[in-house]
Structure formats: C-alpha cells, structure tokens
Write a protein that binds this ligand. Structure first.
Ligand SMILES: [Zn+2]
Length: 422
C-alpha cells in the first residue's frame, strides 16, 4: 500500500510503531518555526524602519497637495525611480519583472515576491524634494556597530508596503530649507569620516526636532482656537502662487499665437481663523501686495470675527501665523499695527508667529492645493477676476472644513496706506 510518504518519514513512523509508541511523532515540517534567529532579527529591523518612517511622517513630511495647472511650465525635475514609484498615482502592484520561462541553460528560478501595499486611511504627506537613498543613508548612519546595516531593497520594500502615503514633493517654487540642504551635502561629503558624519547627523536631527517643536506650538494654538473658548484665537494668513491666477484662462491660451502673451496675474490671499471662518481675498494685478494690504485684510478678518462670529475682541488673545516674507507681515508697519490694537484696548494680546523658512507649509497650503485642484476642474474658463471670484466662492461653499462654518470670498478693490498713520 502506498501512503505517499518519503523514506525518512516512513522510517520514523515504522520505528515509532515498532517501539510501541501510542501516537506518531510530530511532523516538524508542518509546524511554524518559533521567533528566533533570523526572523526575530528581521522583525526588529522592520520595526526600526517603521519607527524611523513614522518619525519622518510626523515631523518632516507636510500636507501639501502639489497641483500643477496646465498653464504653468513643467519644471522637468528628475527623481529616482523608487521615489517616482511611490509618487505614481496608480501604484504598480507587481513591480517585479515577470519571471522568464525556464529553459535548460538558465539558472534555477528564484522565487520572486511582489510588494503588497497595505492601504491606510492616513492623509498623504510630502517630504521635501529628495531621494529614498538619502533617508536610507541617514537611517544606516544612526545604527551603531552591533546593529547591522539595512539593505536598501528591504528599506524600500517596507516604505512601499506601509508608507506609500508618504511621498516626495516635486522640485518647485516651494523653498527648500537652507539648513537641511547644507546638512545633507555635508553628510554626503563626510562619507569617509565616521565620527564627523555622526556629529553632523546629530546636528541635522537636532534641526529637524527644532522645526517640529515650532509646528507643535502652532498646532496647540490651533487646537485651542478650534475649541472656541473665545479667549485664545489663532489665525493663519498666506498668499497663493500667482501663476495659478493668470487671466484670461481657457483652452485658447494654449495656442502658439497666445503662448507668449503677458497675462495679468491676480493675487489671492487666504485667512483661516481657526474654529470660526475661512476668508479668501482676491485682488487685481495692479493692487499692491505689501504690509498695508495685509493690515487691511487682517482688519477685515477681525471685523468679520466681531460682527459675524459674535466674538468680543477686547477679550481675545490673538495669534497670527504667517510666513517669512518680509514684504508682507514680518515688518515694522504690521507690528506697529498689532501693537496699536493692543494699546488701544481693541485686543487683549496679539502675537505674530513665523515657522522657520523652508518648513513653513501648513494647513493653509493644503487648502490652496485643494483650491488649485478645484480650479483645474471647474475654473478652466475665466475671463475676468469676477469670474474667478465666483469659482472661489463655489469652492468655499463645498470645501470640507468642519471647524470653519463661515466662508466668504471678497474682492479687494483698494487698499489704504496704513504707513501714513490714517
Ligand atoms: Zn530644515
């Protein structure tokens, strides 16, 4: 009788029967191996990579959907193939090439593993322009001698499987942090000097931690404002990339005859008063874009806060979050205006916060990304700034911002000169 047994297994069973055992010996081939040796080591490496990536996701990556309009020139930036695989809209599940049919001369066929992407519901965040290899080098540098270096293929595989929602920003007009760039270049140069490289890496990590702490300060103020205690109110103010608002917009502008036409660009500035209102201001190309304009817009936002949201401004501690442009808010007239509000008793306190340059992309930039996406779909044909305003208002009416119920898009026709003290 044939039992389809191998010789070894058959002899083990026969020995057990002869010696009078009442049960067959366990077949170890079908039992799961315990976590030991290689598997345990692999799990530890995997969790190390995961915690490194989670750290990046939490502290360095920014929410910034980079929508490009077809009116803008392509930057033609080059990225490594791994980063482009991550950035692809439809990730390729079978990245491994197909195994060729085995012929007599070929080597024994290797078992190929396809990468299984684990979908998460976390939001997509973007790292500054760069390559996966840089982060892999960084991670390996952090590993002290008893720990083995991680293979790039494994690092990439873990990233692709579990962190496909963390991508790379394309090279664009968003500024890259000077300090980060300097650290990265020094790390590259110091590749032959272990101690110097380690010291440099510590400095770089310190810089990343510092920028993360800046963000934490903003997030805590934002959270407090969203609770609507009417005491601590935080607003963020920023302007959008003007290339998105060239007028007129339309398919006709793609023609060769009109491609070199100098088109006026509208300015668009948004103020998000966390927990209360989202306000968007559109102005024509000939309007100034200086501190007076920003004072005018912030004053309007405060009026909306008082009149529409029924907030008593004299009891409010206001935090203004702005970017680093000296032309707009980080200047004397704006600070003087802020202090005049406090000294005249209109506000209890007022402070200006700026995230460090190159790490300043925040929720307002994500808002601009959604607006740009909406413009691509619904604002293809706009001839005047009033048409644009209608599209922006339609966008505001449907944008999911649960904390800010009041939304309004306004046109700025004139700005008074606040520097004259009127
Ligand atoms: Zn930096």
């Amino acid at each position: 009788m044939s039992l389809n047994l191998g010789a070894t297994r058959a002899s083990k069973l026969a020995t057990a029967a002869r010696t009078g055992k009442y049960a067959p010996p366990a077949d170890l081939r079908f039992l799961k191996k315990p976590f030991a040796g290689n598997t345990a080591e692999k799990m530890a490496v995997r969790s190390d990579i995961l915690s490194f990536l989670q750290g990046l996701y939490d502290s360095v990556a920014e929410t910034l959907p980079d929508i490009r309009d077809d009116t803008e020139p392509d930057d033609g930036s080059v990225q490594d193939e791994y980063a482009s695989a991550l950035n692809a809209a439809q990730p390729n599940h079978e990245l491994e090439s197909e195994v060729k049919p085995m012929t007599k001369q070929s080597k024994p066929r290797k078992k190929k593993k396809s990468v299984v992407i684990q979908r998460t519901h976390q939001e997509v965040r973007y790292l500054p322009p760069g390559t996966l290899k840089e982060y892999w080098h960084q991670m390996n540098m952090m590993r002290e001698p008893p720990l083995k270096k991680i293979a790039f293929s494994y690092f990439w595989r873990v990233w692709y499987e579990e962190f496909c929602h963390m991508k790379f920003r394309r090279q664009s007009n968003h500024s890259v942090c000077n300090v980060c760039l300097r650290h990265k270049m020094l790390l590259q140069e110091l590749s032959g000097h272990l101690n110097a490289r380690k010291g440099q890496l510590e400095k770089y990590t310190e810089h990343l931690r510092a920028q993360y702490e800046d963000r934490l300060a903003y997030w805590s103020l934002r959270g407090e404002s969203r609770l609507r205690g009417k005491q601590q109110i935080s607003l963020i103010i920023d302007s959008m990339d003007q290339a998105k608002f060239c007028l007129p917009r339309g398919r006709v502008m793609k023609s060769k005859d009109l491609s070199t036409m100098n088109r006026p660009r509208c300015h668009l500035t948004a103020i998000i008063i966390h927990g209360y209102a989202t306000l968007v201001y559109l102005s024509d190309h000939d309007q100034p874009k200086n501190s007076s304009t920003m004072i005018e817009l912030t004053s309007h936002a405060l009026t909306v806060l008082e009149k529409e949201c029924k907030v008593e401004l004299a009891q409010v501690r206001l935090n203004i979050q702005a970017d680093n442009t000296v032309r707009e808010m980080k200047n004397n007239p704006y600070l003087k205006w802020m202090s005049s509000l406090v000294s005249s008793g209109r506000l209890m306190e007022c402070s200006l916060h700026n995230l460090r340059s190159g790490h300043s992309h925040e929720d307002v930039d994500q808002f601009f990304g959604s607006l740009a996406l909406y413009m691509v779909k619904h604002g293809r044909n706009c001839e005047t700034s009033d048409d644009l305003l209608q599209v922006v208002q339609a966008f505001l009416d449907q944008v999911p911002r649960p904390y800010e119920k009041f939304r309004r898009a306004s046109k700025v026709d004139a700005v008074r000169d606040w520097c004259l003290g009127q």
